[in-house]
Design a protein around this ligand. Structure first.
Ligand code: FAD
Length: 302
C-alpha cells in the first residue's frame, strides 16, 4: 500500500483498540490522517488506484472493530475539525445563526460553542461523544431531538473525489440512520441554531448531563446503546426484563446500570461482545418475540 503524495500522517498496522471507545479492535493495515481536505482527495485517488477498501473513523464511539482488524485503510478526519459562523439572519421565528463544522470536529465542541454564544437547538447532544461526521452518519440524538433536525446542508465527498452538497431533505435522516452512500465521506455540515436565553440554555445542558450521569455507566469502556429501540419499546427495558443485566461473555458484560450498554470490564475481545449480543438477541426474541437490531456499526474481520 503506497501513499506517495499524501502529506498527512500514515500509521501502518495501527491497533484500532486505541481509537474506539470500547477499547477493542485489531489492527488496520493503515490508519491515515489527511492534513486537510485537499490531502483527503489525494488520498482517495491513491486508494482508488490501488483498489483498497477504506472506512472513515470518527470518534470510534459507535464502533465495534473485530479482533482481526481491518484490511485496508482507516481514514481519520481529526485534522479537519474547524468550526465557524457561516451566516446570521433574522426571520419571523427570531434571530438565527448557521454554524459550519468540519466532520472531524468533536460534537461536544460544537455544543460548547453554541452554548457560549447563547444559541439554542443543540442542547440534546449533551453527553453524546464522537464527531460531527459520525453524528451525521448516525443521525445521533435522544428523545429530545436528533442532529438531522438542525442540519441545513451536508457536504459529502463522493468516491470519485467530487464534493456533493446535500440539503437536509436529501439526507434521508431517520432513526439512527442517514443516507450517506457507501464510499461517501461526510466533509462538513451546517447547522441552524437560534439565539436564545443563554442562562436557560446552560441550565438545560447541565440538567441533561446530570440525567445522563445518573442513567449511564461511567468509567468502563463502552459504545453507548448497542441495539436500536424497536418501535415504541426501549431495548434496555426488554433486555433487563429478560434478566440479562450483569450477564458476561469473556471480558464483555451487560451493564448493571443500563441494560442496552455492553461494557468492557478489562480485556474484552470483539468476539466476547459479539457472543453477548447474540445471546441477548436470542433471549429477547424468545421472551418478547422481538428481534433486536444493532445500533453500533461492526467492521473488520475475525
Ligand atoms: C457513552 C456513550 C453515550 C452515547 N450516547 C448516545 C446518544 O445518546 N445518542 C446517540 O445517538 N448516540 C450515542 N452514542 C453513540 C455515538 O456516540 C454516536 O453514534 C456518535 O454520533 C458516533 O460518532 P463517532 O464520530 O464516534 O462515529 P464512529 O463511531 O467513529 O463511526 C460511526 C459510523 O459513522 C461512520 N463515519 C464516521 N465519520 C464519518 C465521516 N466523516 N464520513 C463518513 N462516514 C463516517 C463510520 O464509518 C461508522 O460507520 C453514545 C456513545 C457512547 C460511548
Amino acid at each position: 500500500m503506497k501513499f506517495a503524495n499524501v502529506r498527512g500522517e500514515v500509521r501502518l498496522n495501527e491497533p484500532l483498540s486505541s481509537h474506539t471507545s470500547f477499547r477493542i479492535g485489531g489492527p488496520a493495515d493503515a490508519l491515515v490522517v489527511p492534513a486537510d481536505r485537499e490531502d483527503l482527495i489525494t488520498l482517495i485517488a491513491e486508494i482508488r488506484e490501488q483498489g483498497v477498501p477504506y472506512v472513515v473513523l470518527g470518534g470510534g464511539t459507535n464502533l465495534l472493530v473485530r479482533d482481526g482488524g481491518f484490511r485496508g485503510v482507516v481514514i481519520s478526519l481529526q485534522q479537519m475539525s474547524a468550526i465557524k459562523v457561516d451566516r446570521e439572519y433574522r426571520s419571523l421565528g427570531g434571530s438565527f445563526v448557521l454554524l459550519h463544522a468540519e466532520a472531524g470536529a468533536a460534537l461536544g465542541r460544537l455544543l460548547s460553542i453554541s452554548v457560549e454564544r447563547g444559541l439554542t437547538g443543540l442542547e440534546f447532544v449533551t453527553g453524546i461523544p464522537g464527531t460531527v461526521g459520525g453524528a451525521i452518519c448516525m443521525n445521533a440524538g435522544t428523545a429530545q431531538g436528533e442532529i438531522g433536525d438542525v442540519v441545513d446542508t451536508v457536504t459529502l465527498l463522493a468516491p470519485s473525489g467530487e464534493p456533493v452538497l446535500r440539503h437536509r431533505d436529501e439526507m434521508g435522516f431517520g432513526y439512527r440512520t442517514a443516507n450517506v452512500p457507501p464510499g461517501h465521506i461526510v466533509l462538513d455540515a451546517k447547522v441552524i441554531l437560534r439565539h436564545g436565553d443563554a442562562e436557560k440554555i446552560k441550565a438545560q445542558v447541565k440538567r441533561l448531563m446530570e440525567q445522563r450521569k445518573a442513567r449511564q455507566p461511567w468509567g468502563l469502556p463502552n459504545a453507548g446503546s448497542v441495539f436500536k429501540n424497536p418501535m415504541d419499546e426501549a431495548a434496555g427495558k426488554l433486555i433487563e426484563e429478560a434478566g440479562l443485566k450483569g450477564r458476561a461473555a469473556g471480558g464483555a458484560m451487560v451493564s448493571d446500570m443500563h441494560a442496552n450498554f455492553i461494557v468492557n470490564t478489562g480485556n474484552a475481545k470483539a468476539a466476547d461482545v459479539l457472543a453477548l449480543m447474540e445471546a441477548i438477541r436470542e433471549k429477547v426474541l424468545e421472551m418478547h418475540r422481538i428481534r433486536l437490531e444493532p445500533e453500533i456499526k461492526i467492521i473488520g474481520e475475525d
